[in-house]
Design a binder for this molecule. Structure first.
Ligand code: ATP
Ligand code: MG
Length: 393
């Protein structure tokens, strides 16, 4: 059966009180943006606690569902039959026709859920449910009522029109992007940071991103991989401005002037400083990383304390308490895993020490960074001025 409408359910948005319209409007906006990529004539509008999508003419059902499953804020997508309100008999006939077309085999249990958003309607929700149930039993004697554990929940919602649906396809949940400010994601080519970006975007946050590359030590392919990852995250978060920073000279300078055991920590501190510069330039309210306690030497509590100390903006680390396998599971679900595991080198691994410090002391690191006083400001300035920004969508 072909559907010409979808009813969109949303969860958390419902509890936003007076600001609710802000969330609903953002959701409608994001749905329109997602459907722009799908061929078809879609109309999206709000209607008493729901969002309705109408489709005029032909469209690809699977592509439409896929696009909607990338819109945060949607808890369920219900392919829906919409008929005009022309009295109870017409409504009952429409439900019978729908069930007949949708389910060839009628050997199932069901329950009818009536919902009357239009309070002027002459029947209550309960009356709608029980009367429709009776008509269905007349029409299809194989069907049985089970109000506790029905195989199928048949929903009939009465508003300006009558909406009939049975299937709820899960959405990605979360909050619509654009309802919670913007953050700067430190995006590497690894598994973790794309997942971190996805998770923050899921709370309604817009993303910008920074990638540090070190040509000729890191290749064009390594950079392309990060662009590809940004595009995959952007399917959920909307367009991401990816700042590509040439980190080579800073990295070499640290390598030449600091102890190799502390190289990674000092390098990470410069990454944070630079990312924060671009964050502030782009009105971001925080930084986002894919760090998780204890995963590597630079992510012990002591190391995180040292990297964190250079930041004035809050640093959001959504994976902080996640095991690697849990992160991998999400990256597979959001389709970044296969790209993340492509074998291109990362600037962090190029100059990595055999025995990096795992318990760095902040005072010592701060002191040793003074070895860089002569040229580091100039190198930072050059890195900032030579940034390349790619819009990933
Ligand atoms: P990931 O899988 O995200 O690369 P990781 O386990 O390799 O993480 P690190 O290399 O210690 O861990 O990096 C920790 C975090 O620092 C990353 O999650 C990312 O947010 C940021 N980061 C690391 N390298 C880069 C880079 N080259 N460009 C931008 N951000 C980076
Ligand atoms: Mg990495």
């Amino acid at each position: 059966m072909t559907y010409q409408a979808f009813l969109i359910k949303y969860s958390e948005i419902g509890v936003k009180g007076k600001n609710r319209y802000v969330f609903e409007d953002a959701l409608v906006h994001q749905i329109k943006r997602a459907l722009d990529r799908v061929e078809g004539n879609f109309t999206v509008k709000k209607q008493s606690g729901r969002v309705f999508i109408a489709v005029d003419g032909e469209y690809d059902f699977d592509e439409t569902i896929d696009a909607l499953q990338h819109v945060f804020g949607i808890s369920a997508i219900c392919p829906t039959v919409v008929v005009p309100d022309e009295g109870f008999d017409a409504m009952a006939d429409a439900v019978i026709k729908y069930i007949d077309e949708e389910f060839e085999d009628k050997n199932f249990t069901f329950k009818v859920m009536g919902r009357r958003a239009n309070k002027k309607y002459p029947m209550t929700s309960m009356e709608v449910a029980s009367e429709i149930g009776a008509r269905l039993l007349d029409a299809f004697p194989e069907m049985k009522v089970d109000v506790h554990h029905p195989d199928k929940m048949i929903n009939v919602e009465v508003r300006e029109n009558i909406a009939i649906y049975c299937t709820e396809i899960p959405g990605p949940h979360g909050m619509p992007v654009g309802t919670a400010g913007k953050a700067m994601l430190l995006l590497s080519g690894g598994i973790d940071s794309p997942v971190a970006g996805y998770m923050i975007a899921k709370r309604g946050v817009k993303l910008s991103a920074t990638y540090f590359h070190a040509p000729p030590y890191t290749s064009e392919q390594a950079k392309q991989k990060v662009v590809d990852l940004a595009k995959l995250v952007a399917k959920y978060s909307g367009p991401i401005d990816l700042h590509i920073v040439n980190f080579t000279d800073i990295q070499l300078y640290i390598y030449q002037n600091c102890s190799h055991e502390e190289l990674t920590i000092i390098m990470r501190r410069y990454m944070m400083r630079l990312a924060e510069h671009f964050a502030k330039e782009n009105d971001c309210l925080g930084l986002v990383t894919g760090e998780s306690i204890g995963q590597v030497a630079s992510q012990t509590m002591q190391s995180l304390n040292c990297t964190n100390a250079v930041c004035t903006l809050p640093v959001y680390r959504p994976l902080i308490a996640f095991d690697k396998q849990d992160i991998i599971d999400i990256s597979e679900k959001i389709d970044t895993y296969e790209t993340s595991i492509l074998p291109y080198e990362d600037c962090c691994t190029i100059f990595v020490a055999k025995h990096p410090v795992t318990k760095p002391k902040l005072e010592a690191i701060e002191k040793h960074e003074h070895n860089l006083d002569e040229k580091i400001d100039e190198l930072m300035k050059e890195a900032i001025e030579s940034v390349e920004v790619i819009r990933c969508r």
